[in-house]
Design a protein around this ligand. Structure first.
Ligand SMILES: Nc1ncnc2c1ncn2[C@@H]1O[C@H](COP(=O)(O)OP(=O)(O)OP(=O)(O)O)[C@@H](O)[C@H]1O
Ligand SMILES: [Mg+2]
Length: 304
C-alpha cells in the first residue's frame, strides 16, 4: 500500500517537472522569437544571437537581463559595462577639479562605443575609472554586473588582467622586448605556461598581420605595427572589454583605419566590447555609438 502511494507520488512529481520544463522551453522560444520579430535583436546576425544565448546559458555573462531600451545604438544585448552617476573630483591642495560630474552610460556586449569631446572634458578620466585604474569620488562602475568598488586590490588586479585589455596612444610597449615577448607579458602575469603563451602570442600577431615581425623590437617597427602589437597584447588574456585611449592619435590615416577595423572585427567576431576615446571623427564611422562628453558630463549619445 505504502509502495503504491510512493509510486503515485513519484509519478506526480515526474509529470509536473516534465510539464514545467516544457512550459519554460515554450516561453524561452516565444521570448526569443518575439525579440527577433520586434527587431530588438534585428541588426544582430543569427550567429551572434546564438553566441549570446549560449553565453548567458552557461552563466559566463552575469548581466542583469537582456535589455532592449532601443534608444541608442540599435545593437541591443547584454549590458557588460555600466557607470552609474560617476563623479571624479581631483583635489590639488585646497582646490578641487571636477573631471566627471555624474556620468551614467551602458555598453552592451560586442558594442563598439566612441567617446569624444573637447580636451579636458573627462574622457581619459572616464576610461581610467571604467578600467579600475583609479577610483571614483562618487558613483559606481559595474563590469559584468560586478560592482568594482567592492573588489579588493588583488581582485581589481585580477579584473584588469583577465577581463580588460588596455590600448594607449603611446603603445606602452617594453622597448627591449620583442613583439612576441610584449604580447606574452599579460599571460605571464596570469600564469599561462610558456609553450601555450608563445603559441597564443604568435597566433595573435599572425591574426594582426605581424607574423613576420614577431621577433622585432618596438624600435624596429612602424607606428602602425607597434599599435597592432599593443592591440595583440591587450587581447592576450581573452578580455571581454577593450579600453582604448586615443589609439590612433600617433598614426597616419591608413594605419588608423587598420587599427579601428581590427577593433570592429573583434567586436563582431568575438563579441568584445570596445570603448575608444578619440578626437578623430573620421574613424567613429566604424563604431556603433558615439558618446559626447563636455565638462565632465554626457552631452549626448548618437548612433554612429
Ligand atoms: N591628476 C589630476 N589632478 C588634477 N586634475 C586632473 C588630473 N587628471 C586630470 N585632471 C583634470 O581633469 C579634467 C579631465 O581630464 P582628462 O584627462 O580626463 O581629459 P580628456 O578629456 O582626456 O582630455 P584630452 O583630450 O586632452 O586627453 C581636466 O580638466 C584635467 O586638468
Ligand atoms: Mg585624455
Amino acid at each position: 500500500m505504502i509502495n503504491v502511494k510512493k509510486r503515485k507520488f513519484r509519478r506526480k512529481v515526474y509529470i509536473s517537472s516534465l510539464i514545467s520544463s516544457v512550459i519554460s522551453l515554450v516561453i524561452l522560444c516565444l521570448g526569443i522569437t518575439l525579440r527577433v520579430k520586434k527587431g530588438c535583436l534585428g541588426p544582430l546576425k543569427s550567429f551572434r544571437i546564438y553566441q549570446m544565448v549560449m553565453q548567458s546559458a552557461v552563466g559566463e555573462n552575469l548581466s542583469k537581463s537582456v535589455k532592449c531600451d532601443g534608444n541608442v545604438g540599435g545593437n541591443e544585448g547584454l549590458i557588460v559595462l555600466e557607470t552609474l552617476d560617476l563623479w571624479k573630483i581631483y583635489r590639488v591642495g585646497k582646490i578641487e577639479y571636477p573631471a566627471l560630474r555624474g556620468v551614467s552610460i551602458k555598453v552592451r556586449r560586442g558594442e563598439f562605443v566612441a567617446v569624444v569631446g573637447p580636451s579636458g572634458s573627462g574622457k581619459t578620466t572616464l576610461l581610467n575609472l571604467i578600467g579600475a585604474l583609479d577610483r571614483p569620488t562618487k558613483g559606481e562602475v559595474y563590469v559584468d554586473r560586478v560592482r568594482i568598488s567592492r573588489l579588493s586590490g588583488g581582485e581589481l588586479s585580477e579584473l584588469r588582467n583577465r577581463k580588460i585589455g588596455f590600448v594607449f596612444q603611446s603603445y606602452n610597449l617594453i622597448p627591449y622586448m620583442t613583439a612576441l615577448q610584449n604580447v606574452e607579458l599579460p599571460m605571464i602575469a596570469s600564469g599561462v605556461p610558456p609553450r601555450i603563451r608563445k603559441e597564443k602570442a604568435s597566433s595573435l600577431l599572425e591574426d594582426l598581420g605581424l607574423g613576420d615581425k614577431a621577433h622585432k623590437r618596438p624600435s624596429e617597427l612602424s607606428a602602425g605595427e607597434q599599435q597592432r602589437v599593443s592591440i595583440a597584447r591587450a587581447m592576450a588574456n581573452g578580455p571581454s572589454i577593450i579600453l582604448a585611449d586615443e589609439p590612433t592619435g600617433n598614426l597616419d590615416s591608413k594605419s588608423a583605419q587598420v587599427a579601428v577595423e581590427i577593433f570592429r572585427n573583434f567586436c563582431d567576431s568575438r563579441l568584445i566590447t570596445t570603448v575608444m576615446v578619440t578626437h578623430n571623427m573620421e574613424i567613429t564611422r566604424f563604431c556603433d555609438r558615439i558618446v559626447y562628453l563636455r565638462d565632465g558630463q554626457v552631452e549626448r549619445e548618437v548612433s554612429a
